[in-house]
Ligand binder design. Structure first.
Ligand SMILES: NC(=O)c1ccc[n+]([C@@H]2O[C@H](COP(=O)([O-])OP(=O)(O)OC[C@H]3O[C@@H](n4cnc5c(N)ncnc54)[C@H](OP(=O)(O)O)[C@@H]3O)[C@@H](O)[C@H]2O)c1
Length: 322
């Protein structure tokens, strides 16, 4: 296995510790579309091309992101850039709210055509809220594996108990749960206490950290220039807690990121991401989002060094209230 690739759970998917989150490609549609600038296909292609050139080999999207817009943008980029399917890993998610598990099978062909692929590498249940049970959802997911429409099953925003249940249900079909995608960063560390991290380690499930930059706060740019917050859409400000009190509360952590960044001659974002992908051994990989190619390049470079155990311990200490 190449040095910097990690196995996702017990699967044969090998991913770079940093992937690319594609929520930002919602292209103006839906609530997620309102949060970000409406990127055109050329800009999206450049972000994806930059990611690939700088060592990222996987992309995380969802049906929910612009109701298919993000999946379509990703599919189009792969076509435009002529990227071979076996060089990258694609993860997307089924949206469970106000639906039953039967819609997993009735909507899968839409997902495949939006992404312009024959098979989805990792198909995730977006969260645990649905009219159907986890058992029915896993039965439907297993059916898709059997049909060759998806390779592996993941979940997202599942508690330790729900994760364990999904894992057990999949075992009835000879399958294993590969991943749980959760909010994890220096500003959101509850998985270390609520059993999710321990359960993942025990069952050999990877955790995919979403919002690993604290939805932009850990870049330090909103601390350096608070005016920037007013330039973001109100939904985005709400989503990312871009407000004075959060800036104050997180300023110590961001200050420490800046000091360590100076030592490595990197950016605070890279220190924040390096902590996410190294503080828990190989269990956690991350999918930062980007609205500019420069973000993607900066974030991928977080894979080029490794914080010392002392630095990780210090970051744990200064972020312990989160
Ligand atoms: N499973 C779930 O329920 C769930 C929920 C949320 C997100 N996600 C996934 O996780 C991904 C990332 O999460 P996220 O977008 O919430 O948070 P994030 O990755 O912590 O923050 C992304 C934002 O930070 C800023 N940024 C990123 N890299 C930067 C850099 N190097 N320098 C300066 N600014 C930078 C950008 O803000 P500006 O665009 O404002 O400049 C960017 O939009 C999403 O794309 C999505 O795939 C999953």
């Amino acid at each position: 296995m190449s040095d910097n690739l990690r196995r996702l759970g017990s699967s044969d998917l090998l991913v770079s510790p940093i992937g690319l989150g594609c929520l930002q490609f919602s292209r103006g549609r839906g609530i997620s579309g309102a949060m970000w600038p409406k990127l055109d296909q050329k800009e999206i292609n450049t972000i994806i091309e930059t990611s690939i050139k700088t060592g990222v080999n996987w992309f995380d999207t969802a049906e929910l992101y612009g109701w298919g817009e993000s999946e379509r943008a990703l599919g189009q980029a792969i076509r435009d850039l002529n990227v071979s399917g076996d060089k990258i890993v694609i993860a997307t998610k089924w949206w469970p709210l106000f639906r039953t598990a039967s819609s997993i099978s009735t909507t899968i062909d839409l997902r495949l055509s939006a992404l312009n692929v024959d098979v989805i590498d990792l198909y995730q249940i977006h969260n645990a809220f649905s009219f159907s049970s986890i058992g029915s959802e896993m039965r439907e997911m297993a059916r898709l594996v059997d049909q060759g429409k998806i390779k592996y099953v993941g979940v997202s925003n599942f508690s330790a108990k729900a994760m364990r249940k999904a894992h057990k249900e999949l075992a009835n079909y000879g399958l294993k749960l590969v991943s749980n995608q959760i909010n994890y960063s220096l500003l959101r560390r509850d998985i270390e206490q609520n059993g999710i991290l321990d359960t993942a380690k025990e069952l050999g499930i990877s955790l995919i950290a979403y919002s690993p930059l604290g939805r932009g706060l850990l870049t330090g740019k909103f601390h350096d220039n608070p005016e920037l917050m007013s330039k973001r859409h109100i939904f985005r400000r709400y989503y990312a807690s871009l407000n004075k009190s959060k800036i104050e509360k997180s300023s110590h952590v961001v200050g420490v990121l800046k000091v360590i960044a100076l030592k490595y001659q990197v950016t605070p974002s890279q220190i924040a991401l390096n902590w996410v992908i190294n503080a828990q051994g190989d269990t956690v990989v991350a999918v930062p989002g980007a609205t500019k190619a420069g973000h993607a390049e900066d974030n991928a470079a977080a894979m080029k060094f490794e914080l010392s155990q002392d630095e990780i311990a210090f970051l744990n200490e200064v972020s312990s209230s989160f």
